[in-house]
Write a protein that binds this ligand. Structure first.
Ligand code: DGY
Length: 325
């Protein structure tokens, strides 16, 4: 059956709504949909396609009951969808790759600089009247140039982060599929051939001054950074996470930051968003951002365009421009 009705679960920016209105057969939710209403809308036959957000969860049980042709995710990541189950039930899944690569790499570098140079702490010093003039020992941080950045994962965002770090004079190591390994051909490295070094996961953990996570959330990467990995890191190392919160055991991270096992952490994602692990927000050696890797006006609008095009294509029974399964 074609010409399915599309459910848009939350507000998205232009040109998404315009593309969807041109298609016509659309329900826009004024407020983000809750889990019960989503379950009803995708199982009662009223909608064939969902333009979904990361907060909309499609587990195997829901997908087994869903009367859906497809889901168009307003994100490049799709860990909110059990894609194996979607594939089993013939439900197409689309995403928004490519358009948020640079903005997310920018946030990884921003977190690296902000943690190394204690930018948030320093801002607080100024605002609370603690700045009494230049002092030799005020807010001393860590250099970035000449230090080693370790990239866990080696997809688009990791590579864009590598290019930025090389510009800062850093040494860049990468482990393409932690905690295991895989070969990386020169053509995959492209312009980074000879400029970055492939190492295994234990080496990456041990040798990185900054360990930056760029892996999807899967069964293999859930709690990839746990208490053991944190203990194996240098005690002056800084952890950066712009990938997915559950890749880090946040409770173990709080303990490690509190006990000086590692020096600092810059986080754009959290294990149980929007909640934080107890104690995390009290630690001065953290910079915490509210999942804003893709949060620029132009990127969010490109994501809206791609996700709307994916949704309309699926609704018409056509191949979506960006298909996961
Ligand atoms: C994504 O797209 O997966 C980001 O986490 C949100 O933009």
């Amino acid at each position: 059956m074609t010409d399915h009705r599309i459910l848009v679960t939350s507000e998205i920016p232009e040109p998404g709504p315009t593309i969807l209105r041109e298609y016509g057969n659309v329900t826009f939710c004024d407020e983000p949909i809750d889990a019960d209403a989503l379950r009803t809308a995708v199982t009662d036959g009223s909608h064939g396609v969902v333009l979904a957000q990361l907060r909309d969860r499609f587990d195997a049980d829901l997908l087994s009951r869903a009367t859906l042709a497809g889901i168009s995710n307003y994100a490049v990541g799709f860990d909110n969808i059990d894609v194996d189950a979607a594939q089993r039930h013939g439900i197409v899944v689309g995403n928004t790759p490519g358009v948020l690569t640079d903005s997310t790499a920018d946030i990884a570098v921003l977190l690296m600089l902000a943690t190394a140079r204690r930018a948030v702490e320093a801002d607080r010093v100024v605002r609370t009247g603690g700045f009494q003039g230049w002092q030799p020992n005020l807010m001393l941080g860590t250099d970035v140039s000449g230090r080693t950045l370790g990239l866990a994962g080696f997809g688009r965002i990791a590579k864009a982060t590598a290019r930025r770090a090389l510009g800062f004079g850093m040494t860049v190591l990468f482990c393409p599929r932690p905690p295991s390994d895989r070969d990386v051909a020169d053509h995959e490295l492209g312009d980074l051939v000879g400029r970055v070094t492939h190492v295994d996961w234990p080496t990456l953990v041990r040798e990185s001054d900054f360990l930056s996570l760029h892996v999807p959330l899967t069964d293999d990467t859930r709690h990839l950074v746990d208490a053991d990995v944190l203990a194996a890191m240098r005690d002056d190392a800084i952890l950066i996470n712009t990938a997915r919160g559950p890749v880090v055991d946040e409770t173990a991270l709080v303990e490690a930051l509190r006990d000086g096992v590692i020096a600092a952490a810059g986080l754009d994602v959290f294990e149980r968003e929007p909640e934080l692990a107890p104690g995390l927000a009290d630690l001065p050696n953290t910079v915490l951002l509210p999942h804003v890797g893709s949060a620029t006006v132009s990127v969010r609008s490109e994501m809206a365009r791609l996700s709307a095009l994916n949704a309309v294509a699926i609704a018409r029974g056509e191949e979506p421009p960006h298909r996961v399964v």
